[in-house]
Design a protein around this ligand. Structure first.
Ligand SMILES: [Zn+2]
Length: 298
């Protein structure tokens, strides 16, 4: 019995965006509780050719049908995390850099974004347990992101009669990157939509927090709003974690282990050969005796 509910990451060996079963057959032998399904906008030249849509476009229904595989006879235990457009720079077919824009401040855009997710989920056959979103640039205020999370939860309730967990992934280059920004975001959520505080939250990515906080990381980790944390992304710049990393993994796993309930952990590695080792690392860290963190030298 693993010490966490693991999310099998979106490994590159899976053909295109794929379907559930190919991923589930990789995830289940490792005891993973979830698979990650990519829910990006049109993201590369191959997808432009397959869909006829420009890079960075939201998928229309026809594109969804061209990019995903539909499986029948899904196991009842299958659960998934839909990882949505991360707004990271990509190259179009002319070699130009394109970054999709996340417009949480624009209610019509948020509705279209939710419709795209519902099309993917309808085609795949079941709704996700968890949806991951990203903050985008500074033009999205915290309240805009909170309102969008509320809209996405309501859209799923209306379409499927279920409410997914909607988690915000902070990112070192986006508008929510530091622990104090996470605190401010979470305070905004509890102020304007306290009724979704159990359905929304933050996926903590220690590598991105470390990249934002640098040598202040131990203090930053202490400032993260613990009651917002619903999942953890574990990697060392997309490589498997190791005790030789600069990251104080014992402190990180001390926080993870201190929270109520079983943690949800996504090892963020992109080759299937690296997933078992990354899970084993997390298991060893979770099983290690808690070491009190002494804090940085004065
Ligand atoms: Zn992400």
């Amino acid at each position: 019995m693993p010490g966490a509910d693991y999310i099998y990451p979106n490994v590159t060996e899976v053909a295109r965006r794929g379907g559930f079963l190919e991923r589930w057959h990789l995830a289940e032998p490792l005891g993973c509780a979830y698979i990650e399904i990519p829910g990006d906008f049109v993201k590369n030249g191959t997808e432009v050719e397959r869909t006829g849509q420009e890079i960075g476009s939201m998928l229309n229904r026809s594109s969804v049908e061209h990019l995903y595989e539909q499986d029948t006879a899904l196991p009842g235990s299958l659960s998934y995390v839909l990882h949505t457009e991360p707004a990271i720079p990509r190259r179009d077919r002319h070699g130009r850099q394109v970054t999709a824009e996340l417009r949480w401040r624009d209610p019509d855009w948020v509705t279209a974004f939710g419709d795209m997710l519902l099309e993917i989920e309808d085609f795949l056959g079941i709704p996700p347990e968890i949806i991951e979103i990203h903050p985008g640039d500074r033009r999205n205020a915290h309240a805009d992101i909170v309102t969008a999370m509320h809209t996405l939860i309501a859209a799923h309730w209306n379409a499927f009669g279920v409410e997914p967990l909607v988690l915000l992934e902070h990112h070192k280059d986006q508008s929510i990157s530091t622990a104090s920004q996470m605190q401010a975001f979470w305070a905004t959520l509890k102020r304007i939509h306290p009724e979704i505080a159990g359905l929304a939250g933050i996926a903590l990515d220690p590598w991105h927090l470390h990249a934002a906080a640098k040598e202040d990381f131990p203090g930053a980790l202490d400032e993260v709003p613990l009651d917002a944390l619903r999942a953890f992304h574990i990697h060392n710049d997309l490589a498997p974690p190791s005790v030789t990393d600069e990251m104080p993994w014992r402190q990180v796993f001390g926080v993870i282990g201190s929270l109520p309930g079983r943690p949800r952990i996504k090892p963020v590695v992109y080759q299937k050969s690296r997933v078992p080792g990354a899970i084993a690392f997390c298991e060893a860290m979770l099983a290690a005796p808690r070491v009190e963190y002494a804090g940085p030298p004065a």
